[in-house]
Design a protein around this ligand. Sequence first.
Ligand SMILES: Cc1cc2nc3c(=O)[nH]c(=O)nc-3n(C[C@H](O)[C@H](O)[C@H](O)COP(=O)(O)OP(=O)(O)OC[C@H]3O[C@@H](n4cnc5c(N)ncnc54)[C@H](O)[C@@H]3O)c2cc1C
Ligand code: SF4
Length: 498
Amino acid sequence: MADPKGFLTTPRREWPRRPVGERVRDWDEVCVPGALLPLVGAQADRCMDCGVPFCHEACPLGNLIPEWNDLVAREDWRAAAERLHATNNFPEFTGRLCPAPCEAGCVLAINQPAVTIKNVECAIADRAWEEGFAGPSPPERLSDRTVAVIGSGPTGLAAAQQLTRAGHTVAVYERDDRIGGLMRYGIPAFKMEKRHLERRIGQMRAEGTKFRTSTAVGRDVDAAALRARYDAVVVSTGATAWRELDVPGRELTGVHQAMEYLPLANRVCEGDLEASPLSAAGRDVVIVGGGDTGADCLGTAVREGAASVTQLDIYDRPGAERDEEAEPWPTYPKLYRLSPAHEEAGVLRTAPEAARDCDARLFAASTLRLTGDAEGRVRALHLAGVDAERRVRPGTERVLPAGLVLLALGFSGPDRQDGLVAGLGLELEPRGTIARDAGFATNVPGVFAAGDAARGQSLIVWAIAEGRAVAAAVDRYLSGGTTCLPAPVGPYDRPMTA
Ligand SMILES: Cc1cc2nc3c(=O)[nH]c(=O)nc-3n(C[C@H](O)[C@H](O)[C@H](O)COP(=O)(O)OP(=O)(O)OC[C@H]3O[C@@H](n4cnc5c(N)ncnc54)[C@H](O)[C@@H]3O)c2cc1C
Ligand code: SF4
């Protein structure tokens, strides 16, 4: 640490966001371009270089956070980029999208605001690209082994990059027409612009990774034949089977899953469509589900020009402070958080009633039924307040106007209908995820499973960690028992809990 008193003299400051009125008129990232660099050195200098850095423990990737905080404070960007990339293939993704369990675990967070670790990570990653420190690293020599990676989300990309750099010949199969998984067609551009994805894909191509888009394994390519063609296969197909809303009226026109709605909006941003056929423009939108996917729908609907937006959360409104009994430091606490999308909906007062809470959420709210007009189009959502056991509280029933209802209720596991699971003969866990042993191996010899497909719905930082770890397992399998690749997590590791 360049200044040992930095944490005493410098208050926490985050990358400033653009004004709401400006940012809801475009799809660019919400933070002010160029405004991070001037403040990030002093912020990195708040790091205490702890003897036992809990930030490092709280990160599934085991990021070397105190090391790169010190290097940023000393303005040694090249060394910082090298230390950052030593544990994370795609820090510009996590620097923008991660909920930052490292900050919840930061020792400083015990009695004052944590170090802005995520901002520092993002600054190093962006600077690395600008300065040319993030060029391709092709292998010095090739093995004669081949690997097929199925699915091009963060898990598949991390696995493919690690295995390519280890010298294996890797082809990534993706059923969508573009690479990126949920980062491409799920997560909106205002959270992460797609140019960051393109740049990494370019780097990976230059290193030798091959990409086969618009190719669904199990449908366009026979799964068993693919297994026979390659020395090893990694299944990283995500958890795309969505949960349903089982209420009367679900069948009405205008009721859609979040992952039917978000990809179309993303395709408009990609220039594939003039306008989304499910656009929220001029409609009263109700989002069922209080999580991040729901927040992504919220920000998208606001930008599309919705007449009103309300987000329903079945859970009670969390507190502003950590519950020291249930979720003590250094665990990641459930807190009342105002994401940029909530900030936008609140400031625009698109839902006057909900906006009393400064955002568009209604907490402890359960959907009873949906009703429509004579043409079968949804017109209203009937809801009620619920207690902690989800029992309806009498007298709390009410009706919201609804021209578009978006379901953001989470995902249950990988797609079981696409022929991949059956074609390879993969065993599943009772909850529907792909079964694997302590070495990421499935029941089929030479086939490994990683990421949301095997772990269940998770986060990008876990996906990258799983991708790195499965690459080590595959490399060990191909090399007859040894590997130099790092394995930051095991298949049974979970986030820290009390
Ligand atoms: C809307 C939304 C927003 C999110 N926002 C965040 C966030 O801000 N921060 C965060 O940390 N996490 C976020 N997440 C979670 C995060 O995106 C996932 O945990 C992560 O993408 C999982 O990575 P993955 O590679 O395992 O799977 P995915 O990203 O789902 O990728 C799987 C890929 O496999 C492909 N595929 C599936 N079957 C086949 C087949 N048979 N043949 C070929 N290809 C196939 C799919 O098309 C897909 O491209 C979000 C999730 C959603 C749904
Ligand atoms: S826990 Fe916080 S203060 Fe300590 S090393 Fe990590 S970032 Fe720095």
